[in-house]
Design a protein around this ligand. Structure first.
Ligand code: COA
Ligand code: MG
Length: 308
């Protein structure tokens, strides 16, 4: 099998969108917005919510509109986190964004606690004239949000909800639950798994929460490894020096790619046509593993296309 044929097999169905590193920046921080043009994050979240002081909301909106319209961020996905719908700021945020010459790829809505809020948010985007391609991302960061995560995820079966991704927010969850924000995250495991299952059951992307201590490289490595192991697509980040590690850990490694090729090619061989399981290096490999392998190759190909 030629590399091109392997790539063909790996390319179906839709190519995945790499979201290994998703960097937040305060909309009020013009320097950060400018610096992000040259950073290698897969996606950027321009924040209007908690990272922006109350008296800077207007300035932040103007900065973000200019950033969206600049076209200076290449192919990266651009997301704007608006203020919560519990505040009057949300409507003003959306009204400003709806006027953008280039609307964002997604609007990220914080503090979601119920399915009805997702449906209403999707309808609001439509009423305000956002194009179809502007998706809805939501923060999972409240106890009620986590408890009702399945029903929240299920809103995505209605296309008008526009829902396409979950973003975990453990800082807010710690505030509301009393849980500790320690380097060891074992106590968050049930939350991380529950949200992952809901996301996958409804074909949604899911991103891990931020790591506040941006000088702790070992801590970041272990959080990224743990989230990758659970199946998370990537990690939300707060500082440029976190990007390279997230890009490395959430990408298939050279070994992952080599193994995936071996599996895909094994099932593509004529002698495997009538087999459901084959043996590779002393291990059972089934057709479902070939699907996983094809996904790995498709993600690796999509990552390669990000960089010239
Ligand atoms: N995005 C883009 N650039 C960033 C950045 C970010 N999130 N965080 C820092 N930078 C830039 C700084 O502007 C600085 O640029 P320069 O020196 O080349 O001019 C450089 O990276 C180094 O920054 P540093 O001095 O180490 O950090 P800081 O003290 O300026 O900022 C924080 C520290 C935490 C305040 C800042 O990283 C930040 O605001 N992060 C995002 C917070 C956020 O959005 N939170 C919401 C979600 S939890
Ligand atoms: Mg929050």
């Amino acid at each position: 099998m030629t590399p091109a044929q392997t790539a063909d097999l790996a390319a179906s169905p839709a190519p995945p969108r790499p979201r290994r590193s998703v960097l937040y920046m305060p909309g009020s921080n013009a320097r950060a917005l400018e610096k992000a043009r040259d950073l290698q994050a897969d996606a950027l979240i321009f924040d209007l919510e908690d990272a922006v002081a109350p008296n800077q909301k207007h300035v932040a909106r103007q900065n973000i509109l200019a950033a969206l319209e600049s076209g200076a961020y290449g192919q990266r996905e651009l997301i704007v986190r608006i203020n919560s719908f519990d505040t009057p700021l949300a409507q003003d945020d959306l009204a400003a964004l709806a006027r953008a010459g280039r609307p964002p790829d997604a609007v990220l809505v914080p503090k979601i606690i119920a399915p009805g809020q997702v449906i209403r948010a999707g309808h609001t985007l439509s009423q305000m004239g956002f194009p179809e391609r502007t998706r809805l991302w939501i923060m999972i960061e409240t106890p009620l949000g986590v408890l009702d995560i399945r029903n929240i995820a299920a809103t995505s079966v209605d296309p008008s909800a526009r829902l396409s991704a979950f973003v975990l927010g453990l800082n807010d969850l710690a505030k509301d639950t009393g849980a500790r924000l320690t380097t060891n995250r074992d106590h968050w495991q049930p939350v991380l798994v529950r949200c992952l299952l809901a996301a996958r059951a409804y074909d949604l992307a899911i991103l891990d929460s931020v790591m506040n201590d941006f000088s702790d490289t070992d801590g970041l490595r272990s959080e990224c490894e743990a989230a990758r192991t659970l199946g998370y697509d990537g990690k939300t980040l707060i500082h440029p020096n976190q990007i390279a590690l997230a890009n490395e850990i959430f990408a298939p490694s050279a070994d992952d790619i080599a193994e995936a090729r071996t599996i895909v090619e094994a099932f593509a061989a004529p002698e495997a046509a009538n087999l459901g399981a084959v043996s590779i290096k002393g291990r059972m490999v089934e057709r479902l593993h070939a699907e996983i392998a094809a996904r790995t190759l498709a993600l690796a190909a999509a990552i390669n296309q990000l960089r010239p």
